[in-house]
Ligand binder design. Structure first.
Ligand code: GCU
Length: 409
C-alpha cells in the first residue's frame, strides 16, 4: 500500500507528479562558505569532507573506526559447489572477543571457470545466506521474528531469494558473489539494536543511542565494510575490484558504506528510495516522517528534526550519491515502486553527476528521465524497468555490463 497516512496531512505520500512542490537543491559544488568548487582537488579535500560530516551528524550518524584487526574463521571450502560452477567458502566474522557477541557468516562463491583472483560483487542480503541460491551446502541462517525471537529458518526458504541474486549469471561473467545477512549485524526492528553491534561501542553506562550516534542503516553499512576486510585477506579475491550492491533499505546502507569506504569500486543502489537515492524535497512517495516513524531505529536521532521539513535539510540525496565520485555509481528504479520515487532517484543521480565531471568522467549525461528499459549514463548509470519493488534478472544484466565497464574485463 502506498499511503502510510499519518494524522498530519504533510506525511501523506504524493503520487501525482503535478503535486511535487517547487524546491531548490543545496549546491553540491559549493562550500558551506558559498565558495564554488571547480576542481577535483577542492572537491576531495574540502567539499567532500563537509558533506560526509553533514551526513554523519544529521542522517546516518557517526560510525566507529575500522577495528585494528579482523577476527574470522573459514568454516568451509567446497570446490565443487553449484554443480561444479563455483568454489564456495563460508567464513564467520566476529565483531568482538566476547563469546555471546554478534557475529556474521559470509558466503562467497567464486567462479570455477575464471582466473583467480576474481573480482567480487558483495551484497547485503534480506533473507540470510541460504536464500541466495538453491545450495544444500549452505547452513540455514537463524531468523529474527519481529517480536524479538530468534528461530531457525525453514528448509523451504533455501534459495528463496535466488532470483534476486542471479548467481549463475554472475559466475558466468567471471565474477564472484559474496553476501552477508544484514540481521546478523543488527536485527531489523525497533529494539533490535540491543542484539546487534551498536552496544559494543557504547560509552560506559550508555544504553540508548544519543543524537549523532549511528543508526541501524549505518550499522549494516559498517558490517559491509567488515565483509570487505575479509575479502581483502582472501587471496582468491581481487580486492581492488569489489563492488557493493544493496536493495531498498539495504540500498540506503550501500550508499552510506560506499560513501565512507573507498575500497568499494562501485555501488549499486537498487530502489533505495527515501533516505537513499531519492530527492527528499520532492515529497513524492515515502516521506521523511513516514520513514522515521515506521523505522525509528534506522537513522541518527537528528534526522527526525526534518520530519515535514525536507526543505530545511542542509543536504539532499544528490550530495550523498556524490560521495561515491569518481568511483562507479548505479541507481535503479522500478515503475511499480512509486513508494521509492523513481524520478526522485533519477534526479538524485543526475544532480550528483557534475562531481564526476570534475574528474574528467561522465555522469548520467541528461536531466531527462529515461523511458523504461533505456539505461543512461556512464560512470553514473540509471535505469527504470517495468515491474515491482525487487531485484530482477533484467537489473542484474545491466549491473554486470556496468561491472565490466568499471573493471575493464
Ligand atoms: C519500506 C520502507 C522503505 C524501504 C523498504 C525496503 O517500504 O518504507 O524506505 O526502502 O521498506 O527496505 O524494502
Amino acid at each position: 500500500t502506498l499511503c502510510w497516512c499519518a494524522s498530519a496531512q504533510k506525511t501523506e505520500a504524493i503520487t501525482d507528479e503535478a503535486k511535487v512542490p517547487a524546491y531548490t537543491l543545496p549546491a553540491v559544488l559549493a562550500l558551506k562558505s558559498g565558495q564554488p568548487v571547480t576542481d577535483a582537488k577542492s572537491w576531495t579535500t574540502k567539499r567532500r569532507p563537509e558533506i560526509l560530516a553533514i551526513y554523519e551528524a544529521e542522517v546516518y550518524g557517526k560510525s566507529p573506526a575500522r577495528p585494528p584487526k579482523l577476527n574470522y574463521e573459514v568454516k568451509s571450502v567446497e570446490k565443487q559447489a553449484l554443480g561444479g560452477k563455483a568454489t564456495r567458502k563460508i567464513v564467520t566474522i566476529f565483531f568482538s572477543d566476547k563469546p555471546d557477541a554478534p557475529k556474521m557468516d559470509l558466503l562467497l562463491y567464486l567462479p570455477a571457470a575464471a582466473a583467480k583472483p576474481a573480482p567480487v560483487i558483495l551484497g547485503l542480503s534480506f533473507g540470510g545466506i541460504h536464500t541466495v541460491a538453491n545450495d544444500p551446502g549452505v547452513p540455514l541462517a537463524e531468523q529474527w521474528t519481529r517480536d524479538n525471537r530468534k528461530q531457525p529458518s525453514a528448509e523451504k526458504s533455501r534459495g528463496g531469494e535466488a532470483s534476486r541474486w542471479q548467481v549463475e549469471k554472475i559466475l558466468a561473467a567471471g565474477y564472484g558473489l559474496a553476501t552477508v545477512y544484514y540481521e546478523q549485524i543488527e536485527p531489523d526492528f525497533a529494539g533490535g539494536m540491543k542484539y546487534g553491534i551498536r552496544p559494543l561501542f557504547f560509552k560506559p553506562g550508555q544504553t540508548e543511542p544519543e543524537p549523532g550516534d549511528w543508526g541501524a542503516v549505518a550499522a549494516w553499512a559498517w558490517g559491509a565494510s567488515r565483509a570487505m576486510d575479509y575479502l581483502e585477506k582472501d587471496k582468491d579475491v581481487d580486492a581492488r575490484r569489489v563492488g557493493l550492491i544493496g536493495h531498498s533499505r539495504l540500498g540506503k546502507a550501500a550508499i552510506w558504506a560506499g560513501a565512507q569506504d573507498a575500497r568499494f569500486t562501485f555501488i549499486i543502489s537498487n530502489e533505495s528510495g527515501e533516505g537513499g537515492a531519492a530527492i527528499s524535497r520532492r515529497d513524492y512517495g515515502e516521506r521523511t516522517t513516514a520513514l522515521n516513524t515506521r523505522f525509528p531505529h534506522w537513522f541518527d536521532g537528528n534526522y527526525k528534526k526534518y520530519n515535514d521539513r525536507e526543505n530545511e535539510m542542509p543536504f539532499d540525496s544528490h550530495m550523498a550519491l556524490a560521495l561515491m565520485a569518481p568511483r562507479g555509481l548505479y541507481v535503479a528504479s522500478a515503475e511499480g515502486d512509486q513508494w521509492s520515487d523513481p524520478k526522485g532517484e533519477f534526479l538524485g543521480a543526475a544532480n550528483a553527476s557534475p562531481v564526476w565531471e570534475l574528474f574528467g568522467k561522465k555522469g548520467i549525461g541528461t536531466m531527462t528521465m529515461p523511458d523504461l528499459h533505456e539505461p543512461v549514463g556512464d560512470s553514473v548509470r540509471y535505469h527504470i524497468r517495468a515491474g515491482k519493488h525487487d531485484v530482477t534478472e533484467y537489473d542484474w544484466e545491466q549491473y554486470l555490463k556496468f561491472a565490466k565497464a568499471q573493471w575493464g574485463r
